[in-house]
Design a protein around this ligand. Structure first.
Ligand SMILES: Nc1nc2c(ncn2[C@@H]2O[C@H](COP(=O)(O)OP(=O)(O)O)[C@@H](O)[C@H]2O)c(=O)[nH]1
Ligand SMILES: [Mg+2]
Length: 222
């Protein structure tokens, strides 16, 4: 096989901004986390590509926990309110942020000003469907969850090491489709462990509700 030529970004044209936007974001994220903690709110950031199953997973979780906890959902979306409407059907409070390619800590700060955190137990954030931009923008949640689905093919994990590296839990969804998609579930899990040995991995078939109880346990909602 011919050697593959790898073209790297030329460092000489990298712009060094005076303000580190990640640092500014992180400071506000720390304030958000502090606010959540002061009010004993558990907060979760759910990330993943469009179609991975984030909203389906949220629906299944909300259905199971809504009678025990006061849950609020914040949904990030470029154009629609489809996801927040899906969650609002369960009778819980929802907030829609029409954002760009990711949510950020200032947007969460602005949103939580509207929420009565003292009466809230859990805030679930569905980030904008994207595996690249949300990785660098922490929101100030207790945990970050990344959802990948086997219908995205065998390379989604390997090609997105930053978001996998930043995740406390990686959910591999639509596992009933693995054989059909010729995706090796063991290999996918190995890829996750190689990038992030400390992350928890939960296998789900969210549409059928499989693996949701295990995910609820890992999230600490028991
Ligand atoms: N086969 C299968 N489809 C699923 C599963 N979970 C979600 N889906 C479907 O995948 C599509 C995208 O799901 P959605 O939750 O909207 O993804 P999101 O964009 O990540 O929020 C929908 O048609 C869901 O019904 C699953 O476990 N198995
Ligand atoms: Mg969604």
């Amino acid at each position: 096989m011919d050697e593959i030529k790898i073209i790297k970004k030329d460092k000489s044209i990298t712009i060094q901004p005076k303000i580190n936007i990640y640092e500014v974001n992180r400071k506000i994220a720390d304030e958000n986390l502090q606010k959540f903690k002061e009010n004993n709110v558990i907060s979760i950031d759910i990330m993943g590509a469009i179609g991975a199953g984030k909203t389906t997973i949220l629906e299944k979780i909300v259905e199971k926990i809504k009678d025990r906890y006061n849950v609020v959902m914040i949904g990030g979306d470029i154009a629609t309110t489809i996801d927040t409407e899906r969650i609002n059907r369960f009778g819980i409070e929802v907030y829609q942020i029409n954002a760009g390619c990711h949510l950020d800590a200032p947007l969460i700060k602005k949103t939580i000003k509207n929420i009565n955190l003292a009466d809230t137990d859990i805030v679930l954030v569905e980030n904008v469907g994207n595996l690249i931009c949300p990785a660098e923008y922490v929101l100030g949640t207790d945990m970050r969850v990344c959802v990948v689905s086997v219908t995205e093919g065998p390379y989604m994990v390997m090609k997105h090491p930053i978001i996998i590296g930043h995740s406390d839990i990686v959910v591999i969804n639509k596992i009933e489709m693995a054989e059909l998609m010729e995706v090796d579930l063991e290999k996918l899990q190995e890829d996750v462990r190689k990038i992030n040995p400390r992350t928890k991995i939960v296998l789900t078939s969210a549409r059928k509700g499989k693996g949701i109880d295990e995910l609820i346990t890992e999230l600490g909602f028991d």
